[in-house]
Design a protein around this ligand. Structure first.
Ligand SMILES: Nc1nc2c(c(=O)[nH]1)N[C@H]1C(S)=C(S)[C@@H](COP(=O)(O)O)O[C@H]1N2
Ligand SMILES: [Mo]
Length: 412
């Protein structure tokens, strides 16, 4: 952590974080007044969505659904900074019954189950515990699902169901140690304050095996980018599982249960399962293949300095920039192509904010002639994993990670 980061962390004073967050009853269901439409250019269409800023704590977002909210980050945001502003960070909830205000005095996080001493922790107590800060990408398992061909059901995201932030909080291991994990513990289950609307529907809960939960990196975050979490991103507390897909990043976290047997409930046993094949790839239409719960992310990269369909004046060479992530490892290199993947040249990597963060890259690429140009970026992680050219397919639309193509038009 450099000096500036440390100052930012200290700026999140205990007082400021204990400010009550309330969005007012019904605010989450406020009608959305669209100011404009965004065209996500999804292959199957329709891909025009309202752009609106009427959600509590949120600036301009692409609205996919209002209740419970599915809000996507406009792609141009990723070109501005490797850290995604909290007010434009994507939002995804499964169930619509969530609190519209949190009483920060009475809020408690419980730790129970296979522990020596069940505990109940107030926010004030949590804010006095030793702090950790990690820069990490939060990416939905179904990010870019709208680009799957053939199409699959589920939220039709373009690439904006992801974001990168500096998460500040307390290590999960610290909190588990306060309760004292018993020798027979095998997993830890996490639950938040949101509830299913329909009686009998499964409450959203996720779990991690005990070794992962105690790795010292998984954390309970109460701030992102130096500010308290927006309500819609999980105020007052959320789980951060660096390097893993965001389905595990339980928001409005209030319940931690240490388990003496593997978690066999719906959200681990049935949902968020991927084929065991490399890249989670199966033949379209395949059924009955073995599956495992989704886990670690894989390398991805995007051109952000130019958008799909953008027109530019022809030049023999142009600057190109973007972002990359290594998944659960760092970014080792990014290569770029301006001829549809025939030739590649290395990009220059920007500052390293840690292995779980986005990393900026910049390059200059030659343009052979005016006309349509296919731009590509390809990330290789420090684990030696390189993005494949071909997209994967699976029925849930998870783990898209192939080299993406940005087609621009260079005119004379
Ligand atoms: N309590 C709770 N936490 C949750 C979810 C949820 O429905 N309820 N959805 C998960 C999923 S699938 C995603 S993609 C992320 C989204 O995090 P964000 O809304 O802060 O971007 O939250 C995760 N944590
Ligand atoms: Mo997700």
């Amino acid at each position: 952590m450099d000096y500036l980061d440390e100052r930012a962390a200290l700026a999140v004073s205990r007082r400021r974080l204990l400010k009550a967050a309330a969005v007012g009853a019904g605010a989450l269901a406020t009608p959305v007044l669209a100011q404009a439409l965004a065209d996500l250019r999804l292959p199957g269409g329709p891909s025009r969505r309202p752009l609106a800023s009427g959600f509590p704590g949120k600036g301009e977002m692409i609205v996919q659904r209002v209740r419970p909210p599915l809000l996507e980050t406009p792609f141009s945001v990723f070109d501005r900074d490797v850290f995604t502003p909290a007010d434009q960070f994507f939002v995804r909830w499964h169930w619509a019954d969530m609190p519209t205000s949190i009483d920060v005095e009475s809020f408690r996080l419980t730790v129970r189950g296979a522990v020596r001493q069940p505990i109940s922790i107030s926010l004030a107590q949590l804010l006095h515990m030793p702090r950790v800060e990690i820069a990490a990408v939060n990416q939905c398992s179904g990010n870019s699902r709208g680009l799957f061909q053939p199409r699959v059901p589920g939220a039709q995201w373009a690439h904006g169901a992801m974001g990168n932030a500096r998460w500040l909080g307390v290590s999960l291991r610290h909190v588990l140690d306060l309760a004292g994990v018993r020798g027979d513990a095998v997993a830890v289950r996490f639950g938040g304050l949101d509830q299913p609307l329909v009686a009998g529907a499964p409450d959203f809960e996720k779990s991690l095996v005990i070794e992962h939960a105690r790795d010292g990196e998984v954390m309970l975050a109460f701030a992102m980018n130096g500010e308290q979490l927006p309500m819609l991103n999980g105020f007052p507390l959320r789980l951060v599982v660096p390097g893993w897909y965001s389905t595990y990043w339980v928001k409005m976290l209030n319940d931690i249960e240490v388990l003496a047997a593997p978690d066999d409930r719906y959200w681990m046993e049935k949902a968020y399962k991927i084929p065991t094949t490399p890249g989670a790839n199966v033949v379209p239409g395949a059924k009955g293949f073995p599956t495992v719960p989704i886990g670690a992310m894989v390398p991805r990269s995007w051109v952000t300095s130019l958008g799909e369909g953008q027109e530019i004046a022809f030049e023999p060479s142009i600057p190109l920039g973007g972002i990359a992530m290594g998944g659960d490892h760092g970014v080792a290199r990014v290569d770029v192509s301006s001829d549809g993947g025939h030739s590649w040249r290395p990009a220059t990597l920007g500052p390293d904010h840690g292995k779980y963060s986005f990393r900026r890259w910049d390059a200059r690429v030659p343009l052979a002639r005016p006309g349509r140009i296919r731009l590509m970026a390809r990330c290789t992680s420090t684990a030696g994993v390189t993005q494949p050219m071909a997209p994967v397919w699976n029925p849930s639309g998870f783990m898209r990670a192939n080299v993406e193509v940005t087609t621009i038009l260079a005119t004379r």
